[in-house]
Design a protein around this ligand. Structure first.
Ligand code: MEV
Length: 436
């Protein structure tokens, strides 16, 4: 029976673990052992992780893999990916190699603007509010100077502030809608600090002229349709096959058909885009960026025309196959975890310490590659063949096999179809267990 607790965050780590184990586990020593198994023996590294969040009791590991051979705008990258799903890195690597032989990926940052809003309520006359805003706009910017000074040195800052009338949608609701450039930072702290300062200045200037303003909240938006990157691959249709069993023309047509389905059918679009996010999130995580922000922004963008739809598109034009995607990505290569987490630093080094713009291109390419690999499998062999091959190790690991047994089974499944039942049967056969 669980119970509530007060003052939990003030307990030491070991007391927190004692409480958890006493409250929720019958096998208390086993639970403690598992939690401690994942502590880092390097105490300062462990302390660093303990201090990322509150109430840390252990570390949660994900594999960090790499996908080599990504040619992006004629530069070769090995892309780090943090992900648990068996087939994602293999699929990325395969797609990278495929396009390496066909000119690689082309990418381009379209725009880098970010948005933040001060949401407020005012029941006073709108024209008074407009006059106030136009008078005090320079003061809003000036009073944020202590916050913007350093960002300006790095090429960023406040781009604009607008007053928006939202009263048609909600009584008395207005916004200060601000746009920012945040250079190589993701910029959440910078934007939120600017917004909170705008709110203070705005409220006090409104008070001075007797306009009653109630600030509701000040916060950046994770919807960043003007922080956009475009990525593309293309080649003559006849070069689209690396396999005698695949006719390039038929493959190109079926691939485009699969995309058209994801453009018009929401059930398919969500899975289609999920596959893209397999690549995107893995690189976003490996480089210490906020994958929740990226996910929220990308899916909102996928619905921007009023219907959730495919993020990728493809066409054949004059015998040329073209496959592309435009996607909003607010990423940083300075600040946040980037200077703190040793594996994040290493991942960024592996990418030759990219600027935020370069990272936007790399991440988007990982998404496009992932979608290419998924659609290629789906429209030819089916997804399960490759997926289950990669998943084989997970199934074997659930059965406490020794290394010889594992290697015998891996050999066996090089020429046999992997299903959960087939693996269990093969294990039983190997161990001489008769199945009923
Ligand atoms: C699985 O994680 C991702 C796929 O379902 C994506 C897709 O269907 O396009 C294979």
């Amino acid at each position: 029976m669980s119970k509530s607790v007060s003052g939990f965050s003030k307990l030491s780590k070991s007391k927190k673990i004692d409480w958890i184990v006493d409250t929720y586990f019958t096998n208390k020593e086993d639970a403690k052992k598992i939690l401690k198994q994942y502590w880092n023996s390097n105490e300062s590294l462990q302390q660093l992780h303990d201090e990322f969040i509150e109430n840390t009791i252990s570390n949660y590991y994900l594999p960090l893999g790499v996908a080599p051979n990504f040619l992006i705008n004629n530069k070769l990258y090995t892309i780090p990916m943090a992900i648990e799903e068996s087939s994602v890195v293999a699929a990325a690597s395969k797609a990278a190699k495929f396009w390496l032989d066909r000119g690689g990926f082309k990418s381009q940052v379209v725009s880098t603007q970010k948005i933040g809003q001060v949401h407020f309520i005012c029941l006073d006359d709108f024209h008074k509010l407009e006059d106030l805003f136009s008078n005090i706009k320079p003061i809003l910017v000036a009073q944020a100077k202590p916050i913007t000074k350093n960002m300006e040195k790095r090429g960023g800052g406040i781009l604009n502030i607008e007053l928006k009338d939202k009263t048609k949608d909600l009584k008395g609701y207005y916004q200060l809608h601000a746009t920012f450039e945040t250079a190589d930072a993701m910029g959440a702290n910078f934007i939120n600090s600017c917004l909170e300062q705008f709110a203070k200045t705005f409220k006090s200037e409104a008070d001075k002229v007797g306009i009653d303003v109630e600030i509701v909240m000040s916060i950046l938006s994770n919807y960043v349709p003007n922080c956009l990157v475009r990525v593309e691959v293309n080649c003559p249709v006849k070069d689209l096959s690396d396999n005698k069993n695949i006719d390039p023309e038929a493959f190109a047509k079926k691939f485009i058909q699969a995309i058209k389905i994801a453009e018009i059918e929401t059930y398919r679009a969500v899975t289609h885009n999920k596959g893209i996010m397999n690549g995107i999130d893995a690189v976003v995580l490996a480089t210490g960026n906020d994958f929740r922000a990226v996910e929220a922004g990308v899916h909102a963008y996928a619905s921007r025309n009023g219907k959730y739809s495919s993020l990728t598109h493809a066409e054949i034009n004059n015998g040329f196959f073209k496959f592309w995607m435009e996607i909003p990505l607010a990423l940083g290569t300075v600040g946040g975890l980037t200077n703190l987490h040793p594996l994040v630093k290493l991942s960024l080094q592996l990418l030759d310490n990219p600027s935020a713009k370069e990272l936007m291109q790399i991440v988007a390419v990982a998404g496009l590659a992932q979608n290419f690999a998924a659609l290629r499998s789906l429209t030819t062999t089916g997804i399960q063949e490759g997926h289950m091959k990669m998943h084989l190790m997970n199934i074997l690991n659930q059965h406490n096999l020794n290394e010889d047994e594992k290697s015998a089974l891996v050999t066996h499944f090089k020429t046999n179809i992997v299903t959960h039942a087939a693996v269990v049967e093969a294990i039983d056969t190997l161990r001489g267990i008769k199945s009923e």
